[in-house]
Design a protein around this ligand. Structure first.
Ligand code: UD1
Length: 416
């Protein structure tokens, strides 16, 4: 099993280019099952989760070719399978996103119930509510879930919570349903907009993505397209926090700054200088990091996927910070690991109270999920000694070449 070793490092400096967004690439790969002509995707990040999704597409009968770095060609003209395996679903929860496309394209889909990051129970009731509303029959047995429909018919669907995955899955099912689907209280994340733009390039009729009401008019069939994945706002945010925690100076390139407004605002609150310039953002750290409070919310609120990294920062910021996690009910697993390194954090339900300390010390720690792993890399950069991070497969699910990228900024980091 790989481990990542992080040694106390000098302030990180330099330029770093952000990869394409994992959370855009995964639904867009799933949506590639909808078109019958060639699809070319550009700026696809080189990640474990992407590999798994490509395996899922191949298993279903799509032709998947890796043309060049970050470029994948997919042809789904001959989908001849509707079942994915337990192993693949267990490796990447997002493979559940093939359900909507398969249901609308071939009228049936069967998979095992999803696994993935252990950040709460992560139910799928809202996905299923949408499929049922469009006329699908759902069948759950022995850990498998099937959805079947001779034809899907558009409906008005209200999501009790603006779930990103449910919005995507329902939107993909609706693109070839009969009539109009109106999705209320839809998620508004930039990745939803990217998916809608991609679907429209294939010939779909999706309007309103990026607002809480998405209208999808069903079309008979979808074709092909070339599409570039948007930059990963969470990877960008992680490097921005790296500049802050190491008191460094990093220019993050390939960013859509409007996607990371809460991160920019919070870094300014802790005392960093942040300069936006086109698709680049520069973060200059401060010698006196100050405490701040964070409440995670659906977009455009503060992203839950940046919560762990900010908690790492707050652990060494002067004063008392409070984090309230409202999106997932169990996303504080990194706290025990941070405490092993000397952080002073107390949990009370969905709140964490962080009393900043002057210094942290290295320890063997576990990446309990993807973003928790990123938080441990960040504290490893400032903790005395060498931090040994285990279970790094979680990190590889979502960060492309993490050690190379951090090392290029001067971090002492390597894999063993
Ligand atoms: C996506 C992101 C993930 C991010 C999350 C929230 C991908 C591949 N992953 O995950 O990185 O942390 O959005 O921004 O894009 N819920 C239900 N019923 C459902 C579905 C969700 O109750 O049917 C709840 C979940 O338990 C959770 C909340 O809704 O508490 C948010 O989940 P959701 O937005 O669906 O997250 P994902 O799409 O799984």
């Amino acid at each position: 099993m790989d481990k990542i070793m992080v040694e106390k490092s000098p302030p990180l400096r330099g330029n770093i280019r952000v990869s394409g967004a994992k959370n855009s690439a995964l639904p867009i790969l799933a949506a590639s099952l909808l078109g019958t002509e060639d699809i070319i995707l550009e700026d696809v990040p080189n990640l474990k989760d992407v590999d798994v999704m490509c395996e899922v597409l191949s298993l279903l009968g799509a032709k998947v070719e890796f043309l060049d770095e970050g470029i994948i060609k997919i042809n789904s003209a001959n989908i001849d399978n509707y079942e994915t395996s337990y192993e693949l679903m267990n490796k990447a929860r997002a493979s559940f996103l093939v359900m909507g496309p398969l249901l609308t394209r071939i009228g049936k889909t069967k998979t095992s119930l999803p696994g993935g990051c252990a950040i709460g129970t992560r139910p799928i009731d809202l996905h299923l509510k949408g499929f049922r509303a469009m006329g699908a029959e759902i069948d759950v047995d022995h850990g498998n879930i099937g959805a079947y429909a001779n034809k899907l018919v558009g409906d008005r669907i209200y999501l009790d919570f603006p779930s990103v995955g449910a919005t995507e899955n329902i939107m993909m099912a609706a693109v070839m349903a009969e009539g109009e689907t109106i999705l209320d209280n839809a998620a508004m994340e930039p990745e939803i907009v990217d998916l809608a733009n991609f679907l429209n390039k294939l010939g779909a009729d999706v309007k309103g993505a990026g607002t809480s009401c998405i209208r999808i008019r069903g079309v008979k069939e979808l074709g092909g397209a070339t599409h570039s994945i948007i930059p990963d706002r969470i990877e960008a945010g992680t490097f921005m926090v790296a500049a802050a925690i190491t008191k460094g100076d990093i220019l993050v390139e390939n960013v859509i700054t409007s996607h990371i407004k809460p991160v920019i605002a919070k870094l300014r609150e802790v005392g960093c200088e942040v300069y936006e310039n086109g698709d680049r953002v520069r973060v200059i750290g401060t010698q006196n990091l100050k405490a701040t409070d964070i409440k995670t919310l659906p977009y455009p609120g503060f992203p839950t996927d940046m919560q762990a990294q900010f908690m790492a920062l707050m652990s060494v910021s002067e004063g008392t910070s409070v984090v309230i996690e409202t999106v997932f009910e169990n996303r504080f697993m990194h706290v025990d690991e941070l405490k092993r390194m000397g952080a002073n954090i107390k949990i009370d339900g969905r709140s964490a109270i962080i009393q900043g300390v002057d210094s942290l010390m290295s320890a063997p720690v576990r990446a309990t999920d993807l973003r928790a792993g990123a938080a441990l890399v960040l504290v490893g950069l400032v903790a005395d000694g060498i931090t040994e991070i285990r279970d790094v497969y979680h990190i590889d699910r979502g960060y492309e070449s993490i050690e190379e990228k951090f090392a290029s900024l001067g971090a002492k980091i390597y894999r063993v």
